[in-house]
Write a protein that binds this ligand. Structure first.
Ligand SMILES: Cc1cc2nc3c(=O)[nH]c(=O)nc-3n(C[C@H](O)[C@H](O)[C@H](O)COP(=O)(O)OP(=O)(O)OC[C@H]3O[C@@H](n4cnc5c(N)ncnc54)[C@H](O)[C@@H]3O)c2cc1C
Length: 410
């Protein structure tokens, strides 16, 4: 490996891939150092034993009509599926009558209006402060928060929650969103299996300690998830306490998936949806037969996912099999078999799923995004003010940081 590059990008997830593309297109001598043996980070598609692809991380092309990746994904030959999302309706109204679903949606909309109004006051508080006291649907609303934010509303800043922009259009990629993101990486300029541990910025040049030796650079773009900065996986010398504190204010919530194969699937609706339980927060959301494939994709978040991950391999799958068995009966239960489960909290290069701002910490996104000494730049989903927590937030953040580097080098 060469020991000097003009620009080093640390981390080759969506943000790092976007930054590297922009730099190499501008003819800059740049490299991305990636800790894992693959690119894509939290956008990661695998092929199951059943032979079809599944997204372990990002799966939805959110705000698809405004998403800067939608066009390139289609142009690269991937198949965009534009059918509406599954999560609006309970299949068979199972254990959740039409009237109850209407009441839940009304409670959801009312909470959303209170959160929007609260954000206009400019005072930051936990989003849970705006639950209806003893509201019938609060547990399920918190389950929604555990999927959407990766954390229950109590840990979510109302200002940051309201700042997220969503066009409401959600598409998917048949071959996998992760596969599409990874396909955009300029692999000739990526070194995998190369974690960066320290960035020294006390000399004329930056010096990086990496798993493959020391490298010097004129500028770096740091694209790692916030826990690496908050917990010391990646450090600076001298230290950058503002960055560590900002990263701590933007922890990664947790979302995990379980992929469950389904024999003789025809009695379950294509692209159907089920909540495991309507009365509690510790429950999964089930996507039935995505793309018409013979499986169910379970989505778990927040404390429920954290506790089940901590309980060891298989605990999450057992939880889902039990919920599905109770909902669909033992006949369907006998036809289910586990294809896999994710463990994003235990993944050392992620330590979670997507960022949310703790109450009082909305401003941390701008603090994290700010350059240091005009040679240390920061990108990643957590640095985006309005599309945080997503691939389409990570991507433009990488492009923004690359533009900052180009201006600094010029
Ligand atoms: C279960 C789940 C579901 C999701 N669903 C969606 C969805 O439907 N739609 C959506 O848009 N988003 C979704 N997301 C979020 C989305 O995946 C992320 O927001 C986005 O991929 C983050 O990109 P990033 O580049 O900021 O970070 P990452 O993808 O985490 O990239 C950071 C890279 O840095 C590397 N790294 C870490 N530490 C070091 C180090 N010390 N040295 C070198 N490299 C290092 C990592 O290995 C990683 O490759 C989901 C995520 C999860 C986990």
């Amino acid at each position: 490996m060469r020991d000097h590059f003009d620009v080093v990008v640390v981390g080759a997830g969506a943000a790092g891939i976007a930054a590297l593309r922009r730099l190499t297109a501008a003819g800059v001598d740049a490299v991305a150092l990636e800790a894992r043996d693959r690119v894509g980070g939290r956008a990661h598609t695998i092929t199951t034993a059943a032979g079809f692809p599944v997204d372990c991380g990002a799966g939805w092309v959110h705000s698809a009509d405004e998403n800067p990746l939608a066009g390139p994904i289609a142009a690269a030959g991937f198949t965009l599926d534009r059918s509406p999302p599954h999560w609006m309706k309970q299949a068979f109204n199972r254990d959740f009558s039409e009237a109850e679903q209407r009441a839940y949606r009304a409670a959801f909309n009312a909470l959303d209006e209170r959160l929007t109004a609260a954000a206009k006051t400019g005072v930051d508080r936990p989003a849970s402060d705006f639950f209806e006291p003893n509201g019938r649907w609060n547990p399920l609303l918190d389950a929604f928060s555990s999927y959407y934010n990766g954390a229950e509303f109590e840990a979510v800043s109302v200002l940051d929650y309201a700042a997220y922009e969503d066009s409401g259009v959600n598409w998917r990629v048949r071959e996998g969103y992760g596969a599409a993101v990874a396909s955009f990486a300029a692999l000739d300029h990526v070194i995998t299996g190369c974690p960066v541990t320290t960035i020294h910025h006390d000399g004329a040049e930056l010096t990086l300690d990496t798993g493959k030796g020391r490298i010097t650079a004129r500028a770096v773009i740091v694209c790692v998830p916030t826990p690496a900065l908050a917990k010391g996986g990646l450090t600076f010398s001298p230290g950058l306490p503002d960055k560590a504190q900002a990263a701590a204010g933007l922890p990664l919530g947790l979302a995990d998936k379980v992929f469950i194969g389904l024999d003789a699937p025809d009695d379950l609706p294509l692209e159907g949806h089920l909540f495991g339980h309507k009365d509690r927060t510790a429950t999964a959301s089930y996507h039935l037969r995505p793309f018409g494939r013979p499986y169910i994709e379970a989505f778990l978040g927040g404390a429920c996912a954290r506790d089940l991950e901590a309980a060891g391999a298989g605990a999450m799958a057992d939880f889902c099999l039990q919920e599905l068995g109770e909902l669909l009966g033992s006949d369907v239960g006998r036809r289910l078999h586990v294809l896999g489960e994710t463990h994003w909290a235990a993944d050392p290069w992620a330590l979670g799923s997507y960022s949310h701002a703790l109450p009082g910490h909305m401003g941390d996104r701008a603090v994290l995004a700010a350059p240091v000494e005009d040679r240390i730049f920061f990108a990643g989903e957590a640095t985006h003010a309005t599309f945080y927590s997503t691939v389409h937030g990570a991507w433009p953040s990488g492009e923004r940081a690359a533009d900052e580097v180009l201006a600094a080098l010029a």
